[in-house]
Each structure stands twice: as C-alpha cells, then as structure tokens.
Design a protein around this ligand. Structure first.
Ligand code: NAD
Length: 317
C-alpha cells in the first residue's frame, strides 16, 4: 500500500510513520518542518522505506506527488489550542484551508481514502461526560476546535460527493515519545529551569483524559481495518481522567524532585478556550473489539520518563 502522511515528521505523525513502515507500507511524508523534525524519520529515509517531501500544504507544488497513492493520513495542522486564540486566521488556514487543499489533490489524483486527526475540542464544553461521538450540539469554544470541526465537515462533504472514504479520529490528549508541546512538555521544561516552584495555569482542578501515542496509533490502524462506512468517526482516549494537580504531582515524582511549590494562576481553566473537563466515551470503538491498553496515569508516567530521557540524550549530543 502507498500511504502519504502529511505532518509525518511531527509528534503523532512520526509515531504513525513507524507503525506504517512496520506494517510494510510504502510511505511518503509531506511536511514543511514548521514544527516537525526530520530526525524523527531519518532512519526510515536512510533505509529507503520512507520518502520525504519538504513542502507547505498552503502552497502549491506537492499535489502531483499524490498520483498513485492509496490513502492519505492528513496529520499536518497547527495543534496549539492555547495559542489559537491569538492567531485565528493562520489557524484556519493551517487546519481548514490545508485540509481542503489535501482533499482537492486527492480528487484530482483519484486518491480514495483519507484519515484525519481531529480532537475532543470539537465537542466544546460537553454536558455529557464521557462524551460520545453522537453528542450534540457540537459547539467548540476554541479557534482550534472550531477549525477542526470545520475540517471534519469538509471531509464529510468531499467523501460523500466524490465517492471517497474517511476515518476521522477525535483524540483525547495524546502524549509520549517525541512530544513537542502540551502540559507535560511545559511542566518538565519549567521544572528543569526552576525545580522549587511550578506555575500551574488555572486552579489545577481541570480534569482530562491522557493517552499514550503508541496506543493511539495502534487504535487508529485497528479502526481503519475494522470500520467500513463512507465517513467513519471515532473517539480515541483512555477510560479515565486526572486533574492537572495530579498530573503535576506525577511529573514531580518522576523527576525525583521534592518540596515543589505549586503556584496556581487561578480560575477554572488554563486559558481562553480551555475545556476544564474532558473525557471521551470510547464505547463505539470498544464495540469493534478494541480496548484501551493503558490509562491516564500510566500514560503520563511513561510520557514524563520518556521526555526526561529524550532531553538527556539531546544534552549529550
Ligand atoms: P505536531 O505539531 O507535532 O505535528 C504537526 C506537523 O504538521 C508538524 O510536523 C508540522 O511541521 C506539520 N505542518 C503544520 N502545518 C503544515 C503545513 N501547512 N504544511 C506541511 N506541514 C505542516 O502536532 P501533533 O501533536 O503531532 O498533532 C498531530 C495531529 O493530531 C494534528 O492534526 C493535531 O491537531 C491532532 N491532535 C493532536 C492531539 C495531541 O494531543 N497532540 C490531540 C488531538 C488532535
């Protein structure tokens, strides 16, 4: 199978590329390296299993590379929920316009299948928790969430109009190997700078579900094999949640620190557009025969120790 992965040098994209190579796919990664790192896929490029095209999906010149592809994993996006309030138009372009450009290239080159990484934030502040896929009304409260819901809608309209097939995945907080942003990254970096005190955005009571990137990629590939509608849409996450204060305590313990003073900025959320309580229902996916292989706490512990190891390795290089 010839698979294209947009955003394949980034955090989730590069972990997906590892799994696709293992599965035996021929892979083309398209990435503009705005947030990704080519080192994440260099070993596959060297072994000849992955090709890399440095291109921006908002510009032209890459579309011809879709010729002959069976499936596009469209992972490229601006994933920063917090920063999205400060730059709505560029977020719209990165997350919606780029998706439409990918769909257009698929249409022109007869690529029949798209896999899209969406997010829990499309639900907004859901009144039903754990939130199922059919929850409505879907009223995102962040620019990022709005852009992802708009992209989902464009994908649905293209696959129904042009005889394509889509798998849309609404992720909880995905964490782990090669992560380059998010609360764990933030806490570990802050504590390396100042091991005595940690600033926590909000009141620390925000509770969210976290899930390891390896388990997430496994769930994505399992679902594609086992769901066959025109527009398939599934939540992916763990079946529990933890508070930001609990998460901070895990980070402190994994970093073997003591007596860290937590300094809260206050309020029930970290930033404008933050959803204070998030846990996704994964019953729809469980009905297909899948089970989450890990929970929030274990995912966080593993992500912290992995990040510490990655930072130590970086320092040695
Ligand atoms: P990331 O920033 O590591 O990866 C995004 C990649 O896309 C980067 O390599 C970046 O260089 C590339 N990119 C961005 N704009 C591009 C453009 N115009 N042209 C070409 N390449 C471009 O982020 P991530 O955390 O790995 O997120 C991957 C996907 O998963 C995103 O679609 C994100 O919205 C979604 N998602 C992530 C999470 C999470 O917890 N990390 C949760 C829900 C959804």
């Amino acid at each position: 199978m010839f698979s294209i992965v947009t955003g394949g040098t980034g955090f989730i994209g590069s972990n997906l590329v590892d799994a696709l190579v293992k599965k035996g796919d021929r892979v083309l990664v398209i990435d503009n390296l705005s947030a990704g790192n080519k080192d994440n896929i260099n070993k596959h490029i060297r072994s000849g299993k992955v090709e890399f095209l440095n291109a921006d999906l908002l510009e032209s010149g890459w579309e011809e590379s879709f010729s002959g592809a069976d499936r596009v994993y469209h992972i490229a996006a601006d994933p920063d929920v917090r920063a999205s309030a400060g730059a709505p138009k560029p977020v719209y372009e990165s997350n919606v316009s780029a998706t439409v450009n990918v769909l257009e290239a698929m249409r022109k080159h007869n690529v029949g299948e798209i896999v899209f990484t969406s997010t829990s934030t499309v639900y907004g502040e859901a009144k039903v928790i754990p939130t199922p896929e059919n929850y409505s009304p879907m009223t995102p409260i962040s620019i990022y969430g709005g852009s992802k819901l708009a992209a989902e809608a464009m994908i649905s309209s293209y696959v129904h109009t042009y005889g394509m097939k889509a798998w849309v995945f609404r992720f909880a907080n995905i964490i782990g190997k090669r992560s380059n942003h998010g609360v764990i990254w933030d806490f570990v970096h802050k504590l390396r700078k100042n091991p005595d005190e940690l600033e926590i955005l909000g009141d620390g009571k925000q509770s969210k579900s976290y899930f390891s990137v390896e388990a997430c990629v496994e769930a994505v590939l399992f679902t594609i094999e086992n769901s066959h509608d025109t527009f398939n849409f599934f939540n992916i996450g763990s079946e529990d949640w933890i508070s930001v204060t609990e998460l901070a305590e895990i980070v402190v313990s994994e970093m073997k620190l003591e007596k860290v003073k937590f300094k809260y900025t206050g309020g029930d959320r970290g930033w404008v557009g933050d959803v204070p309580k998030m846990q996704l229902s994964v019953d729809k996916l469980k009905k297909l025969g899948w089970k989450p292989s890990t929970n929030s706490e274990d995912s966080v512990r593993k992500a912290v120790s992995t990040l510490i190891r990655e930072l130590e390795e970086e320092k040695r290089e």
